[in-house]
Design a protein around this ligand. Sequence first.
Ligand SMILES: NC(=O)c1ccc[n+]([C@@H]2O[C@H](COP(=O)([O-])OP(=O)(O)OC[C@H]3O[C@@H](n4cnc5c(N)ncnc54)[C@H](OP(=O)(O)O)[C@@H]3O)[C@@H](O)[C@H]2O)c1
Length: 203
Amino acid sequence: MKVAVVGGTGDFGLALAHQLAAAGDEVVIGSRDAERAKQKGAEVGVLGAANEDAVRGVDVVVLAVKAEAALETARGLRDAIGTTPTLSVASELRFSKTGVRPRDGRSLAEETAQLLDAPVSAGLHSLAASSLAAGAAEGDALVCGDDEDAKRLALELAGKVVTGRALDAGPIESARALEGMTAVIVNLNRRYKGHAGISITGL
Ligand SMILES: NC(=O)c1ccc[n+]([C@@H]2O[C@H](COP(=O)([O-])OP(=O)(O)OC[C@H]3O[C@@H](n4cnc5c(N)ncnc54)[C@H](OP(=O)(O)O)[C@@H]3O)[C@@H](O)[C@H]2O)c1
């Protein structure tokens, strides 16, 4: 599979790119700065390019920029991405004295889907960058989306980077829960000083 990781210079995108390349995928990381992408990519043995060039000619685009920049980035890459299946991994978090909260209203993935001509899936929210950097992340990966072909690709990708299963969590609206779960995980990590992941029982 040919995969472009937009924002792949960040902790999460770079770790994901590393694990996908280790699993045999052809991976290019994107950045707003092509040179930075090339330098960071070289650290983990993948190609680097400007975001707009990285997303052309691939099978799947992973949008892994800083969450606050996800929608602006999707808007800017709309033409370059075209109809290439796209996976949103972003969760917007609100920090407060009493803990971390998810964004209100619709998910970033749903809003991204409105901005692109491409089918959008969402997933991998529960995989910590620090865990992925060390190898496959412990636990299951949950993926949702409305387009079955795009979701199948996203599930195939997700299955390569976790020790557990890649599981279909339903339509794109499930991204509200998956993105919200990131806030839950961050609160757990803070409270118990750990690196929580998700394992689904009973299936
Ligand atoms: N960290 C985790 O454990 C984790 C786990 C699951 C999901 N996620 C999701 O994965 C995504 C990346 O997380 P991260 O921790 O790697 O984030 P990050 O390091 O803060 O940012 C990733 C990249 O986003 C790009 N970026 C920053 N500001 C931007 C802007 N204004 N416009 C366009 N691009 C911008 C930067 O790339 P350039 O400067 O090179 O363009 C940066 O390297 C987030 O959406 C997050 O919700 C993270």
